[in-house]
Design a protein around this ligand. Structure first.
Ligand code: HEC
Ligand code: HEC
Ligand code: HEC
Ligand code: HEC
Ligand code: HEC
Length: 496
């Protein structure tokens, strides 16, 4: 009885406050409230995080996701298998973070934590414990354990992007203002549980870019630049933000990329409905919050709820992103040359993006002649689950300031080789081979493969054999040619 009454009271208060807030917003559109705190908080340095009004936050200022999930079931279902929910717990991250904290005399605690556990950093509750795990581990108030949680994103009231080296979003350039008000994309939103505030920022790629652009905090090198890649892509020109591909099912995202339209304009997207239990109006799109990328390893390894759905979506995403084609011609010195063309059809940024020096996308190529002789083999996994140096790998090579190869973010000072595939663009893998004089024809089998990490990296971080890094076949193409290099049979291509 009492609680129903309280809820109703809150609903009324919420309604009035909601109208007042939306009036205030439209009345002072030039100076929205988020402009009030655009300078990163000293206590969060070197991260670009800020706390609105310079408040000192306690863990209790944030709620745990389970509380939100009671009414926001659809959002909860998607989020809970996502890498956002694991951004603090992820053992691969924690191992690298521990090495970083030790190498930087503690500076990396806030630096890395700003994006991976913004709650831990803004409440000062995140601590390094050298006695945990293989390399050391971390503890944080329970609200901070949920990584990039509902409360992290929906307490964002503004941006500190102006303070980053290029004035672009990056290094957690977010202002957090936790409490009664939840900031989000809905106009005229009313909840009996909390206040609401319309935030245009949440509908923009700049919101995601706050954490999906990473600069080295000292040498300023742009280590990961998914937002920058997007910004100069055809998707940005068509006004298609990250949200339209990563907060809807992969099937809808594929349509977005093929038609180059907003998710809301995909015919029969079927995503309309209520944004919460007890909501009064149907919304054109309710975002499923799956944030699916390429990671099909961690959620499944940790047995998180929703891991299997997330993995299935990640596979669908990887298997739909690229296209393969090939041709064979007479190359230099009379040898034959195979060219494999890989096109980035559906990623709104480079393929791969972000950890371009860690993710592995490579070509596995086999050429056999009509008598079964192997003429060329490249990109085959060896007994250690690794490919050799000559393999065509799409990614970047990172080095430290002395030019020595390193994949540790705190050491990276430059990239020496750039080989990622731009959005809607393509790259070639080239192979020279010599067909035996008595061969009447040959067959080419090409596969495009994905691994989240090199097995050696996983072994170093997690312990040898702790995880067998799976290989995901993104695409395959088989063709047969005569000795005259004319194609005689094309499979896969026809079914494209
Ligand atoms: C990584 C940041 C992020 C996280 C984590 C996150 N959200 Fe959201 N949420 C957004 C963004 C961005 C939008 C707006 C998308 C748009 O309109 O383009 C949104 C939209 C919403 C909406 C409006 C209705 C809809 O779905 O479009 C609700 C309600 C919501 N989120 C609740 C939640 C809850 C509950 C959780 C936790 C289970 C959560 N969010 C986690 C970023 C986040
Ligand atoms: C600006 C935000 C930001 C900062 C700062 C940041 N990260 Fe991350 N980190 C990310 C994002 C975003 C991803 C996911 C990228 C992807 O999956 O493609 C990620 C992923 C990772 C991963 C891969 C995890 C996995 O399982 O695949 C590791 C390891 C990692 N970060 C380590 C670090 C370390 C160490 C630091 C500090 C030196 C750091 N990060 C600082 C945003 C950040
Ligand atoms: C008792 C139910 C209930 C709980 C619990 C709840 N919400 Fe809501 N929330 C709603 C309703 C109802 C709406 C209005 C939906 C609409 O307007 O379509 C809403 C709207 C929102 C919006 C959209 C605001 C906007 O203007 O875009 C966000 C974001 C949000 N909630 C986040 C959260 C978060 C984060 C939590 C957990 C801390 C949470 N909610 C807990 C019921 C709830
Ligand atoms: C507060 C920082 C933060 C914000 C804001 C944020 N992310 Fe993330 N995101 C991360 C971190 C950290 C990870 C990596 C977690 C890990 O792998 O350990 C990540 C992971 C991801 C992944 C999964 C990558 C994979 O390998 O599968 C996707 C996709 C993603 N984010 C998309 C988005 C989108 C879209 C938005 C905006 C709506 C957004 N993120 C906003 C910090 C953030
Ligand atoms: C047109 C659809 C589309 C848009 C727009 C888009 N992405 Fe993606 N994204 C994809 C696809 C497809 C993949 C899988 C291929 C890959 O891993 O690069 C992906 C992968 C990712 C990954 C995981 C990369 C990895 O393998 O570790 C992250 C993180 C990510 N996107 C973040 C973002 C952010 C942030 C934005 C906006 C700045 C964005 N995406 C815009 C389609 C899109």
């Amino acid at each position: 009885m009492t609680s129903t009454l309280r809820n109703r009271m809150m609903l009324v208060v919420g309604l009035v406050a909601g109208i007042a807030a939306s009036l205030m917003y439209s009345a002072s559109a030039e100076t929205p409230p988020e402009k009030l705190a655009a300078t990163p908080s000293v206590a969060c340095k070197p991260s670009n995080l800020a706390v609105a009004g310079g408040r000192t936050l306690k863990a209790e200022d944030f709620e745990e996701p389970q509380a939100c999930g009671k009414c926001h079931q659809r959002q909860m279902k998607g989020w809970q298998g996502s890498m956002h929910s694991l951004a603090f717990k992820d053992p691969v991250f924690q191992a690298e973070w521990a090495l970083a904290v030790k190498a930087t005399e503690g500076k990396a605690l806030n630096d890395c934590g700003g994006c991976h556990t913004a709650i831990g950093v803004t409440t000062g509750t995140v601590k390094f414990d050298p006695s945990m795990g293989k390399h050391g581990g971390f503890t944080v108030a329970k609200q901070g354990e949920h990584g990039v949680s509902c409360e992290v994103c929906h307490s964002v009231s503004g941006s500190t992007a102006k303070n980053s080296p290029t004035g672009q979003p990056g290094n957690a350039s977010l202002v957090l203002n936790p409490g009664e008000t939840k900031y989000g994309p809905l106009l005229k939103s009313v909840s009996g549980y909390h206040e609401t505030q319309y935030s245009e920022l949440h509908t923009k790629a700049e919101f995601c870019g706050s954490c999906h652009n990473i600069f080295h905090s000292e040498n300023k090198f742009p280590i990961e630049h998914t937002y920058d890649e997007w910004k100069s892509s055809p998707y940005a020109q068509a006004d298609i933000p990250c949200q339209d591909c990563h907060m809807v099912p992969v099937e809808v995202a594929n349509q977005v990329a093929d038609r180059m339209v907003r998710a809301k304009d995909v015919p029969n997207h079927g995503l309309g409905g209520l944004a919460a239990k007890g909501a009064k109006v149907e919304r054109e799109i309710v975002h499923d919050h799956g944030f699916v990328g390429g990671n099909a390893v961690i959620a499944a390894a940790l047995g998180s709820p929703g891991a299997e759905e997330h993995k299935a979506e990640a596979l669908k995403r990887l298997q739909g992103v690229a296209d393969l084609d090939m041709d064979v011609r007479v190359g230099k010195g009379g040898a034959q040359e195979l060219r494999v063309k890989v096109t980035n059809l559906r990623a709104g940024h480079h393929l791969p993006t972000s950890l371009t020096f860690i993710r592995r996308i490579w070509l596995d190529v086999a050429i056999t002649d009509d008598q079964g002789r192997v003429i060329l083999r490249s990109g085959e996994l060896d007994a250690n689950n690794r490919v050799d140096e000559d393999t065509v790998i799409f990614g970047n090579h990172s080095v430290d300031k002395a030019g020595k190869p390193t994949i540790n973010p705190w050491e990276i000072a430059s990239f020496t080789q750039l080989n990622t595939i731009p959005p809607k663009g393509f790259r070639f893998g080239k192979y020279a081979f010599k067909l035996p004089a008595d061969a009447k024809g040959f067959k080419v089998v090409v596969k495009l493969n994905y691994q989240s990490y090199d097995q050696a990296v996983a072994d170093k971080l997690l312990g040898k054999g702790a995880v067998l890094v799976p290989t995901i076949e993104m695409k395959a193409l088989t063709r047969s040619y005569g000795a005259d290099l004319k194609m005689v049979e094309a499979r896969t291509l026809a079914s494209r």
